[in-house]
Ligand binder design. Structure first.
Ligand code: GTP
Ligand code: MG
Length: 136
């Protein structure tokens, strides 16, 4: 069965939303296979977000992700990659649909980087790559 990497980002952890995110993963029926709290190094984050290297928000994104602990989750289930992306909602929490994690729990804080609570792998290839990084 398929696996994905989910991250509760530093804003989600700082706001005490870790339990709520885990609850939604489990309530949907996905299995939490592994879980760890990580103070991610810039090296790890630059590799994690390599597809965004060179974009104007790359530096601030890495700084934001290094600003506090992150909760990394290995979750499994049929089509969990696509399914969690759907649970998370659109990247921009202002327009993410109500009912989604970002739509229900996020908003625009006026910060330099979108603080949108969670990350989820976007393909089987990224899931394999990201799980290897965070659960080495
Ligand atoms: P992830 O699951 O975190 O990868 O989010 P995503 O797949 O919905 O978005 P994407 O991979 O395109 O971007 C990664 C992260 O960079 C986003 O979740 C945001 O935190 C941030 N981000 C994306 N686009 C922008 C942008 O235009 N401006 C800023 N400031 N941040 C952005
Ligand atoms: Mg992405």
């Amino acid at each position: 069965t398929e696996e994905t990497l989910i991250l509760v980002k530093p804003d989600g952890v700082a706001r005490g939303l870790t339990g709520e995110v885990l609850r939604r993963i489990e309530a949907k029926g996905y299995k939490i296979v592994d879980l760890r709290m990580v103070n991610a190094s810039r090296e790890l984050l630059e590799e994690h977000y390599e597809e965004h290297a060179g974009k104007p928000f790359f530096g601030p994104l890495v700084e934001f992700m290094a600003s506090g602990p992150v909760v990394a989750v290995r979750a499994s289930g049929n089509r969990v990659i696509e399914g969690f992306r759907s649970l998370a909602g659109a990247t921009d929490p202002t327009v993410a649909a109500p009912g989604t994690i970002r739509g229900d729990l996020g908003r625009d804080w006026g910060a330099a980087v979108t603080q949108n609570i969670v990350h989820g792998s976007d393909s089987t290839l990224s899931a394999e790559r990201e799980l290897a990084l965070w659960f080495a």
